[in-house]
Write a protein that binds this ligand. Structure first.
Ligand SMILES: [Cu+2]
Length: 152
C-alpha cells in the first residue's frame, strides 16, 4: 500500500514537472513572438539576439527640463559605465522640447515634448574616455543642458 502511494506521488511530481517544463518553454517562444506588440521590447530583443550575447543592458533614465537633464534628483549627472557595456538611455521631457545626443557614439533620441512620453537610445560604449551628452534643441547646450558620459 505504501509503495503504491509512493508511486502515485512520484507520478504526480513527474507529471507536474512535465507540465511546468512544457508550459515554461511555450511561454519563452510565445514571449518572443508577442514582444512584437511592445515596440521597445522587440527592438532590444532583436538587438540582443543579433549581437549573440546575453549581456545585460545598463539602463539610465533621464528627464529634460529647461536647460538641464535630471537623473535621480541630480542635475546633468555624470553617467559612468565600463567599456564594452551596452547602454540604454531612456529619456522623456517634463518641461519643453528636448533630446539626448552623444556625437561620439552616434546617439540621438528623437525630440520629445512633455506630452510625448519616453524615447530611448541604445549603444555600446566601445571606447574609453569622457564624452559630452547634450540637448541639440536651440541654444540648450550653450545654456548648460549637457553632462558627461564617462567610459572606464
Ligand atoms: Cu533641451
Amino acid at each position: 500500500m505504501g509503495k503504491i502511494l509512493m508511486l502515485i506521488v512520484v507520478l504526480i511530481i513527474v507529471g507536474i514537472a512535465g507540465v511546468y517544463f512544457t508550459f515554461s518553454s511555450s511561454v519563452d517562444s510565445a514571449g518572443t513572438v508577442n514582444a512584437g506588440s511592445l515596440q521597445e521590447e522587440s527592438i532590444s530583443v532583436e538587438q540582443d539576439g543579433g549581437i549573440g550575447t546575453s549581456e545585460e543592458v545598463k539602463t539610465f533614465v533621464l528627464t529634460g527640463e529647461h536647460f538641464k537633464f535630471m537623473m535621480n534628483g541630480l542635475n546633468n549627472p555624470e553617467i559612468k559605465v565600463k567599456q564594452g557595456e551596452r547602454i540604454r538611455i531612456e529619456f522623456s521631457s517634463v518641461q519643453g522640447l528636448h533630446d539626448f545626443v552623444i556625437d561620439e557614439f552616434n546617439v540621438a533620441t528623437s525630440r520629445v515634448g512633455d506630452t510625448d512620453g519616453q524615447v530611448f537610445a541604445e549603444f555600446i560604449a566601445d571606447k574609453k574616455g569622457t564624452f559630452e551628452y547634450y540637448c541639440s534643441v536651440g541654444e540648450h547646450r550653450a545654456n548648460g543642458m549637457k553632462g558627461n558620459l564617462i567610459v572606464e
